[in-house]
Ligand binder design. Structure first.
Ligand SMILES: [Zn+2]
Length: 64
């Protein structure tokens, strides 16, 4: 694994906290037991996380 610059909608991602421009990538499943109980299918999505490799702040991006 390595951290690197990330492009979002044609723009380079910059950490909102420390202005760093290198991030780790991670995928997170959004569904929870409660959401599954109510059959909220829209909640069963994955989110893309870019984690600042300087301060650790997690930037969330919802996949459509
Ligand atoms: Zn940061």
């Amino acid at each position: 694994m390595d951290s690197k610059t990330r492009i979002i909608k044609g723009k380079k991602l910059e950490c909102v906290i420390c202005k760093n421009d290198r991030f780790w990538a991670r995928n997170t499943l959004m569904n929870t037991p409660k959401m599954t109980f109510f059959k909220l299918d829209w909640a069963n999505k994955s989110a893309l996380n870019y984690i600042c490799d300087h301060c650790g702040y997690v930037h969330w991006f919802m996949n459509n």
